[in-house]
Design a binder for this molecule. Structure first.
Ligand SMILES: Nc1ncnc2c1ncn2[C@@H]1O[C@H](COP(=O)(O)OP(=O)(O)OP(=O)(O)O)[C@@H](O)[C@H]1O
Length: 255
């Protein structure tokens, strides 16, 4: 983990506009090293846009983002993406590459190669059988492929993980197991993690800080415990109401 006095990420007046559409209004925010932050909000509220401005998949229209004290706009994208692993829904494995080749794609773009031992270590980190290294993506289940996506994101020994709906397409049991795994890796590798999710229950269970976005702005910034205690305002509470009602309905069914 880096110097705890320097924010892992610092957003200063960050915004993104597409013509008349304001995707992200003006975000000011600091993220402490080692935190696990969930970014939740309705569809179109600006979550993915905010996340993608961090690793420069999208360039902001205004403001600055600093990673460990350095302006990301001044960093070479390859270096930036090594420091920040990126996991997204559907993960985009190359179908004609083996699992090992897919995991090593980032380093390969920079003309370096991961050793077989490192590939094995990465597969073990995400609880996959190292023998899967030689398989093709089509020979894996959706959950296994998503684990490969996490292994690939960890290949460059990043300081942080950016995750955009990483478990969105998975069945609930696989989704839960992978969420727990990511939480464990976050702790074990002393990462700083930002996870975009639609799912407030997932945010409450995995994150230690929850940011709620609405119409391009962060309207709540609090802990899961505070959210469950009723804090965070109307938009946040409307999102918390869903898992709360489900928990109540399940409790009512319990004999
Ligand atoms: N390339 C683009 N061109 C024009 N408008 C865009 C573009 N990308 C995003 N937007 C708009 O910006 C707003 C925020 O989009 P964004 O994808 O960040 O939302 P989101 O909260 O991640 O949504 P979802 O949960 O559905 O993925 C939306 O109104 C969207 O239509």
């Amino acid at each position: 983990m880096a110097d705890p006095h320097i924010p892992f990420l610092h957003f200063d007046n960050v915004g993104k506009r597409y013509g008349e559409t304001i995707a992200v209004k003006s975000v000011a925010l600091s993220i402490t090293p080692g935190s696990f932050v969930a970014l939740v909000g309705a569809s179109g509220s600006g979550k993915s846009t905010l996340l993608k401005m961090v690793n420069r998949l999208i360039e902001p229209s205004q403001g600055q983002i600093a990673l460990e004290g350095m302006d990301v706009s001044a960093m070479a994208p390859a270096r930036l993406r090594r420091r920040l692993g990126y996991v997204f829904q559907g993960i985009g494995l190359f179908p004609h590459f083996t699992i090992a080749e897919n995991i090593g794609i980032g380093p390969r773009l920079e003309k370096s190669r991961l050793s077989a031992a490192r590939i094995e270590e990465l597969l073990e980190l995400v609880a996959l059988d190292p023998a899967m290294a030689s398989r093709m993506p089509a020979e894996l289940s959706g959950g296994q492929r998503q684990r490969v996506g996490v292994a690939r994101a960890l290949a460059g020994e990043p300081h942080g993980l950016l995750m955009d709906e990483p478990f969105g397409a998975l069945d609930p049991v696989t989704r839960d197991a992978l969420g727990e795994k990511v939480r464990e890796l976050h702790r074990q590798l002393k990462l700083t993690t930002i996870m975009v999710t639609h799912d407030m229950a997932e945010a409450l269970l995995l994150a230690d800080r929850v940011l709620v976005m609405d119409q391009g702005q962060i309207v709540a910034d609090t802990t899961p415990r505070q959210l469950l205690a009723g804090d965070g305002g109307d938009v946040a509470q409307a999102l918390v109401a869903v898992p709360r009602a489900q928990a109540r309905a399940l409790a009512d069914l319990t004999p």
